[in-house]
Design a protein around this ligand. Structure first.
Ligand SMILES: [Ca+2]
Length: 446
């Protein structure tokens, strides 16, 4: 198994990419997509995206391969930090002295994190967590190799997640170690969404992308508050493929290669994802009900493979191109982000922030009322290895980096706009953005 074939983003390409010139933003992806949809692509009609700086938070905290930051709906003060090996730590978000988080959950004995894209990948709390103490976890396990979606309950004082309360909702066999997708989250409709990758290897060898009998390569939507047919979840009646012969009724959207992070915009209800490409194009998608995002017929907004050469639709409908994409001169493995929705720094309101795990580049993009802005490069690159970008309860974002490589300490950042008008900065003590050359990075993506 050659890593440069298997990973969307191989180590080999990471080195090559590091030598490539930074800064040459590829124009036109968003405009091209918008034009294809007949939308008004004029960025000028949308508010500008401000320049930003990164501010480190919890600077003394020791983290090992941090993968996600989430908050419980009943507590804005704490951050739950996922470590890939299977631990969840909890810390006060403003504790600049914190060196260790308190352990909320330890699933290391159940989690298989042997390979780069395996491990404890995502956690989300039930919207009624304050009442039912329920939360959901997505991880990879072994013997057999599979991905697991489980429900847990917290202790009565909410200080601990209780491993013994695990109830497995869904297990999906994983043929290979990579492309496990990875985000579980509730939508504004209180349904539970989960993104699966194509099962791994290269080229989607089993052609799961367009195969409706598997959950691989799909985003699913289930009702986690009802049980039916002997399962711990129910199928929402308005799911797009209910009653379609041969299709799993859990499916909400299809044709994703490896949706690494997805998030709802709490204002518009739109679901955004970053879908990791194979060798050429990383993409950002807005996921709609029943949407087909093209894999393995399309990579980004381009044909993929012999069958994809002239394909823009299937018998079931159009293949949906991304609203933004970038090539290997800008990065090797996209990390989908989230939309800023906060009265804190209103100039960022509505900006979707996403990054690249390999190059450390960071972008912002707007998409409103059918119009899409050009992506703006917020950070050209550096030693940050963006593993997750998550929205907190207050609508601000936390950016998680595995910087430091395999055994590095990891780091967490928040964003602040840079005031070009000469006024006081909106947030003090910015320790600044990472500045080491991109070539110093090592390791591979989650
Ligand atoms: Ca696609």
């Amino acid at each position: 198994m050659t890593p440069c074939v298997l990973l969307a983003c191989a180590l080999g390409s990471a080195a090559a990419q590091a030598a490539a010139p930074q800064g040459a933003a590829r124009p036109g992806a968003a405009a091209q997509k918008a034009a294809a949809q007949g939308a008004d692509s004029a960025s000028a009609a949308l508010p500008p995206i401000p320049d930003v700086r990164l501010e480190r938070i919890l600077p003394s905290l020791a983290l090992k391969r941090p993968l996600q930051v989430v908050q419980a709906p009943n507590d804005d003060s704490k951050l739950f930090l996922l470590e890939q090996a299977g631990r969840v730590l909890v810390v006060d978000r403003n504790d600049r002295q914190a060196t260790r988080g308190a352990e909320f959950l330890d699933l290391r004995e159940r989690v298989n994190d042997r390979n780069n894209e395996e491990g404890l990948l995502s956690l989300c709390f039930h919207p009624d967590y304050a009442k039912n103490r329920r939360f959901f976890v997505y991880y990879t396990a072994d013997k057999p190799r599979r991905s697991v979606l489980s429900r847990f309950q917290a202790s009565e004082d909410f200080s601990r997640g209780l491993p013994e309360t695990e109830e497995v909702l869904l297990e999906v066999d994983q043929p290979y170690w990579n492309h496990n997708g990875g985000t579980v989250c509730f939508g504004p409709d209180r349904m539970l969404y989960l993104g699966y990758g194509d099962g791994g290897a290269a080229n989607d060898p089993h052609r799961y992308g367009q195969n409706m009998s598997t959950l691989l390569s799909k985003i699913i939507r289930i009702d986690a508050d009802r049980e039916e047919n002997g399962k711990l979840y129910a199928i929402p009646k308005d799911n797009p493929f209910v009653g379609v012969k041969g299709a799993r009724p859990e499916i909400w959207a299809l044709g994703l290669r490896n949706p690494w992070r997805m998030a709802f915009d709490p204002k518009t209800g739109e679901l955004w994802t970053g879908d990791v490409g194979q060798v050429a194009w990383e993409e950002i998608d807005i996921v709609v009900k029943g949407g087909n995002y093209g894999w393995n017929l399309r990579e980004g907004a381009h044909p993929f493979g012999s069958q994809g050469a002239a394909t823009t639709s299937t018998s079931d409908g159009e293949l949906i191109d991304p609203i933004a994409e970038y090539g290997r001169h800008e990065g090797i493995s996209v990390t989908g982000g989230a939309v800023w929705r906060s009265k804190i720094h209103p100039s960022l309101d509505g900006v979707y922030v996403y990054g690249d795990f390999g190059s450390g580049r960071l972008w912002g993009i707007r998409h409103e009322n059918g119009r899409t802005s050009e992506p703006k490069v917020l950070l050209k690159g550096g030693r940050s290895r963006w593993s997750s970008i998550d929205q907190l309860n207050d609508g601000t974002l936390v950016l998680t980096s595995m910087e430091g490589g395999e055994r590095g300490p990891g780091a967490l950042f928040v964003l602040a706009p840079i005031d070009r008008g000469g006024g006081a900065p909106s947030a003090p003590n910015a320790p600044n953005a990472p500045s080491a050359p991109a070539s110093s990075r090592s390791g591979a993506q989650p």
